[in-house]
Write a protein that binds this ligand. Structure first.
Ligand code: G4P
Length: 284
């Protein structure tokens, strides 16, 4: 589902997040490891209003591991604690509880010393733009402990807490942030990684963007996948070459760009070009 973010929607999302923030100690900000900047809301600092935050680079199974390593260094260098996850298999999620405890330790210790709070679990909220994997992660973390919610007629659905380990409680509904299309490349990055599903951009535009990126960063993968001898200078020539190799021709010998784009996009989604990242810290 594509969510259109109109000012009214954003105001509502913000109100909902503000309400949830009152209940929690720490925010888990979920982003896509392949596009950790494009998949985050740049107003996150303001929105979370100083709550301690743990950045979770999700879908790391699809990202270039070397680039993910650079991102971890980058965020750590900005004093933002960060973990790398695959929410589908659960890889990495066992580190979340300890990281959350660490984030609130000083505050909790002080409050305990003053007798303000009794020892209790750390309460957390997952925040992120649509499709970064929030529900998948919540389900994974819930495991068998998934709360039974009052989804029956006449029962109001309230916020439920999911117990994770011995010292963490997670709100069962995430906070949904809106993506920020500050420039066209953000939309293209979100489209190529599947974060926005149907878009106003056509397939060819998305694929041309991806091919231009691979040409500069993953030329060998392109050569191998499409049996190309050389990588042309221009993305559009690359499109032509792949079209020819895959027999996507129309009458008159012209390249059928739409068909070529479909093939390449299918390959990207099926990870036929391997694990790819679309943003690198050295280009920030
Ligand atoms: P959301 O709540 O943030 O909107 O995202 P959601 O959990 O619905 O996840 C969006 C898509 O991303 C789902 O795929 C989900 O399976 C996939 N996903 C989530 N986390 C990971 C991850 O760490 N690795 C990989 N490879 N995929 C992940 P889908 O195609 O929409 O659904 P499905 O085919 O998995 O059912």
């Amino acid at each position: 589902m594509t969510i259109q973010w109109f000012p009214g929607h954003m105001a509502k999302a913000r109100r909902e997040i503000t309400e949830k923030l009152k209940l929690i100690d720490v925010v888990f900000e979920l982003v896509d490891a392949r596009v950790p900047l494009a998949s985050r809301n740049p107003m996150i600092d303001e929105i979370t209003a100083g709550k301690p935050r743990l950045l979770l680079l999700n879908k790391a199974d699809m990202a270039d591991p070397e680039v993910t390593r650079l991102w971890v260094e980058y965020f750590q260098g900005k004093n933002l604690p960060v973990l790398v996850l695959n929410s589908k298999t659960g890889q990495g999620i066992n580190k979340i509880e300890a990281a959350a405890k660490e984030l609130v330790k000083e505050k909790f210790d002080k409050m305990k010393a003053k007798g303000i709070i009794k020892p209790r679990a750390v309460r957390a909220l997952i925040l992120g733009i649509p499709n970064v994997g929030k529900s998948t992660l919540i389900n994974r973390m819930a495991g068998k402990n998934i709360a039974v919610t009052g989804d029956k007629p006449g029962v109001t659905k309230r916020q439920q807490w999911i117990k994770v380990g011995s010292s963490l409680e997670l709100l069962d509904t995430p906070g949904i942030l809106w993506p920020k299309f500050e420039d066209q490349s953000i939309g293209l990055k979100l489209a190529v990684t599947g974060a926005i599903k149907e878009t106003l951009l056509d397939f060819s535009e998305i694929v041309l963007y991806a091919l231009n990126y691979y040409k500069d960063h993953y030329p060998q993968r392109l050569q191998e996948r499409y049996s190309l001898e050389d990588i042309p200078q221009e993305g559009i020539q690359l499109f032509d070459e792949i079209g020819k190799k895959r027999g996507c021709l129309m009458s008159g010998g012209y390249i059928d760009y739409e068909k070529t784009a479909e093939i390449v996009l299918r390959d990207i989604r099926a990870e036929k070009l391997g694990r790819l990242s679309y943003e690198r810290p050295d280009q920030v």
